[in-house]
Design a protein around this ligand. Structure first.
Ligand SMILES: Cc1ncc(COP(=O)(O)O)c(C=O)c1O
Length: 397
């Protein structure tokens, strides 16, 4: 039996989303065409947009489909930056996903942006006092603030509304990366927009839809400079013939998650949190000195992220994989070479604690049997990883 506990990387597509995808791929018609087949494709697309919008608490016109969460984040950040020229400052917490980090760093390198990293506390939460002080320094030169809604590595849920409220005092737009949050905690754009959020990114493959489609929710009054030019589709913000089949499949996944998240207590959130708490208790029995990273309470229901003492997260990952359990260290890999986690470093953890990181993430297919299998495989994997110890690596490499 293979046990998949890496739902934060991607979660299995829902069977209904696969079926809808396959069926919709057989439908011909460009939604921009005037003839009846084009209009049929357009109807399928716009009905899907309505369902995705309902799952995000926004109006359908505010949903701009993109090719990924990464593209949505690029459009949100670069689009706002360019639309707000000549303002130069971008305020961003240090523990963001690479889609954000690399985008703002690109803008700094190629387009004059001045990045100001906002510190995190030791649980991964953005320091609101530091953000407030950074805003106060020169609010009129700030192009935007970008903040993650829930950290994809350590699972901490961020005070996004408070961030937006601080920026809103000076009319500064806020982009929210909700890719890791979507599907696990409610994401309601209307409420966030009332607090001052202008744009928000999500991705279908994190919620049981297909890889290859994401969305930027863009408030009606928000202007962004497009990244892609062409036929003027989607408010002229993201040109290109729209992927009807992917949108249909995304909508099936979005409506399933809306139903799950709106269910009263005892719904999917509580089910995942109970499984996660079994993981946390089980890890504490096997490795009492392992530290749970992130906020112990205000965290994603499916996320358990640890720093193990005296062994490499990579060793644990490979040993668990050999035992049929798929987990992650949580941090990015560059060409197969694991990088120390910038999130843990931003939380003040040292190199050793970063290297002992292991992320276990649960999702819609996860069961008690999966947790049993993890906890059965962990003692031997942990013992062996401890014997291997810490590889003699040059710090920082
Ligand atoms: C928080 C966060 N932002 C952005 C992304 C990128 O999304 P995509 O894989 O759709 O490009 C991910 C994916 O891991 C993520 O977890």
């Amino acid at each position: 039996m293979v046990v998949y506990l890496d739902h934060a990387a991607t979660t299995p597509m829902l069977p209904a989303a696969i079926a809808a995808y396959a069926e919709a791929m057989g439908v011909v018609g460009n939604p921009a065409s005037v003839h009846s087949q084009g209009q049929n494709a357009k109807r399928m697309l716009e009905e899907s947009r309505e369902i995705v919008a309902a799952s995000l608490g926004c109006d359908p016109i505010e949903v701009v489909f993109t090719g990924s969460g990464t593209e949505a984040i690029n459009l949100g950040i670069k689009g706002l930056y360019w639309a707000r020229a000549p303002r130069r400052r971008i305020l961003v917490p240090g523990g963001e996903h690479h889609a954000t980090l690399d985008t703002v760093e690109w803008l700094a390198e190629h387009d004059g942006a001045v990045i100001e990293w906002i510190p995190l506390d030791d649980q991964g939460r953005v320091d609101l006092a530091a953000l407030k002080a950074a805003i106060a320094r020169d609010p009129f030169d700030i192009a935007l603030v970008s903040v993650i809604m829930a950290n994809n590595e350590v699972g901490t849920i961020e005070p996004v509304a408070e961030v937006a409220a601080l920026a809103a005092v000076h009319g500064i737009p806020v982009h929210v990366d909700a890719v890791a949050a979507y599907g696990y905690i409610p994401v309601d754009f209307r409420t966030l927009a009332a607090a001052g959020v202008s744009a928000l990114s999500v991705s279908a493959h994190k919620v049981g839809g297909p890889v290859g489609i994401g969305a930027l929710v863009l408030g009606r009054a928000t202007t962004v400079e497009p990244l892609i030019h062409g036929g003027g589709q989607q408010r002229k913000v993201r040109s290109g013939t729209q992927d009807v089949a992917a949108a249909v499949s995304f909508a099936v996944a979005a409506s399933a998650l809306s139903a799950e998240l709106s269910a009263a207590a005892g719904g999917e959130t509580a089910r995942l949190a109970a499984l996660r708490d079994r993981v946390i208790a089980g890890v504490a029995r096997v490795a009492p000195d392992a530290v749970l990273n992130g906020d112990p309470i205000i965290r994603l229901p499916g996320n358990a992220h640890f720093s193990f003492a005296g062994c490499e997260g990579d060793s644990l990952l490979f040993l668990l994989d050999a035992a049929g359990v798929s987990v992650s260290t949580g941090s990015a890999c560059q060409a197969g070479v694991p990088e120390p986690s910038h999130v843990l470093r931003a939380m003040g953890r040292n190199e050793i604690e970063s290297r002992g990181a292991l992320r276990i993430t649960l999702g819609h297919t996860s069961t008690d049997a999966d947790v049993d299998a993890l906890l059965a495989a962990l003692p031997a994997a942990h013992a062996q990883a401890l014997r291997a110890g810490m590889a003699d690596r040059v710090p920082g490499r």
